[in-house]
Ligand binder design. Sequence first.
Ligand code: DQA
Length: 145
Amino acid sequence: MPRIDIVNGPNLGRLGQRQPEIYGHQGLYEILSALRKAYPTLQLEHFQSNHEGALIDYLETLGDHGSRGVVLNPGALTHQSYALRDAVVALTIPVVEVHLSNIYAREAFRAHSLIAPVAVGHISGFGASGYRLAVEYFIERMQQE
Ligand code: DQA
């Protein structure tokens, strides 16, 4: 089964309870189990951490584990982490950046992503559907390979 990794950064473990008017009512594990149900022929691995270094450590291992793509929601690290950006650049597998909220329609500091220029693409504002749209992209991409 082709492996896709879903990686979530700080505060995303609290989805469902955290500002549901912005991030929705679904918890992270509900989002993941819906994805796993929708894509039974994919190996959907998941990692969430509130720690920048732990996220980078995880990303570093992915090429070796045969992952075909990363769906990355870096949380607030999107706007501030050069280290995470460097980790994305160093990856040999494609990364799609996902945000539940529309980062361009919120506070000014959120409108700038350090990750977007080094990702294959960027999805923002479609809520939990953003993860599914990113997985769809990887399915199409793998079909073309
Ligand atoms: C977020 C947007 C970020 O600005 C914020 O810090 C998050 C969540 C999103 O999914 O909309 O933690 O990445």
